[in-house]
Design a protein around this ligand. Structure first.
Ligand SMILES: *Cc1c(COP(=O)(O)O)cnc(C)c1O
Length: 352
């Protein structure tokens, strides 16, 4: 605390990102990165963009990327907003579309950045308890609110809510924006993007960090009807005119164009996840059904924090949250087959 800090800064509780250790030879299964590299075509495009033209500002509207995203999802560029990672997109969403008199609603177990944005922008919020089996109950969101946001599949549970139930939430809340954060949807979920045409209150957020393996490039986007997108543009143009640099725009466009790399890598992650779930279950873990690139699992006989620590001593890192209801769970990112086999071997040893 310093006397130079503003009152806003004094009151902040910042987000704590998953650890990025500087050690080599770690099996890193803690931050849901993709174990396969980005599209070689994306890397080539980034290299090609690293030239003399970097002396010029990038396109402030990233039109090439908006066109590529629109083409991918059958939308118009006016229905697309792009930002410096979906975290930045979400920040603009909280300020531009979720800050109202009534509280924002999100699940009690969810992406822990949401309450942080509420703190930053001084937005009132209420959490809605997940069911005992960690599913979102749509009917719990039929109550007065200033907006609704949740990931689908949810994080860190991996559970998916059906499009029917999302439709019910949209219809029950015609005067609120409902934000579906689809960071993990490409690993087995069903996207709500087709619902945009019929629902002016729906905004869907995506990232290039997970299924396109470009966490280091920082690209995310939101899609919705143009009046929602215009709110985000107004916030963006009051904050940073150039959130996406030339390399990011070039790499993201090429990543979208490389359909084949996207399909093979996401299918590989899904196949490995199914093996990992079977192997964890054979060790006695209870695994929540996952439609994401991670699994959420607890062992009825072994303390999660101790297991995480024992894994770390064997150079394998997974995520453990010291939070109510989930402190006996491990969140394990789906790595390569070899990484998951090493994890299972280590757990077999640890559980004795
Ligand atoms: C990873 C993640 C994000 C952030 O993605 P970036 O584009 O890397 O900022 C957003 N929402 C959820 C639920 C995530 O897990």
């Amino acid at each position: 605390m310093s006397r130079f800090w503003s009152d806003v800064v004094k009151g902040l509780t910042p987000y704590v990102p998953g650890e990025q250790p500087k050690l080599a030879n770690l099996i890193k299964l803690n931050t849901n990165e993709n174990p396969y590299g980005p599209s070689p075509r994306a890397l080539e495009a980034i290299r090609a963009a690293a030239d003399e033209s970097l002396k010029l500002y990038p396109d402030p509207n990233a039109d090439a990327l908006k066109r590529a995203v629109a083409g991918l999802h059958g939308l118009t560029p006016q229905q697309v907003f792009v930002g410096n990672g979906s975290d930045e997109v979400l920040a603009h969403v909280f300020l531009g579309l979720l800050k109202h008199e009534r509280p924002v609603l999100f699940p009690d177990i969810s992406y822990s950045f949401y309450p942080v944005y509420c703190g930053l922008y001084q937005i009132d919020y209420e959490t809605v308890a997940l069911d005992d089996d960690f599913s979102i109950r749509g009917s719990d969101y039929a109550r007065p609110n200033g907006g609704i946001v949740f990931p689908n599949p949810n994080a860190p549970t991996g559970r998916m809510l059906s499009l029917d139930e999302i439709g019910d939430i949209l219809r029950a809340n015609p005067d609120s924006v409902v934000v579906i954060d689809e960071a993990y949807v490409d690993f087995g979920g069903e996207s709500a993007i087709p619902l945009i045409a019929d629902h002016p209150n729906l905004l869907v957020v995506h990232t290039f960090s997970k299924s396109r393996s470009l966490a280091g490039l920082r690209v995310g986007f939101a899609v919705g009807q143009p009046e929602l997108i215009e709110a985000l543009e107004r916030v963006k143009n009051s904050f940073n005119s150039y959130p996406l640099d030339r390399l990011a725009i070039a790499g993201a466009v090429a990543a979208i164009e490389d359909r084949e790399h996207f399909e093979t890598t996401r299918r590989a992650v899904i196949a490995t996840r199914e093996t990992l779930v079977a192997d964890l279950s054979a060790l006695g873990f209870e695994v929540i059904p996952s439609a994401a690139n991670f699994v959420f699992a607890r062992h009825p006989l072994h303390d999660a924090e101790k297991s995480a620590l024992a894994l770390r001593q064997r150079s394998i890192i997974v995520r453990h949250f010291k939070a109510p209801r989930i402190d006996q769970f491990l969140r394990i990112t789906v790595g390569t087959d070899a990484q998951c086999e090493a994890l299972i071997a280590a757990l077999t040893e640890i559980l004795g």
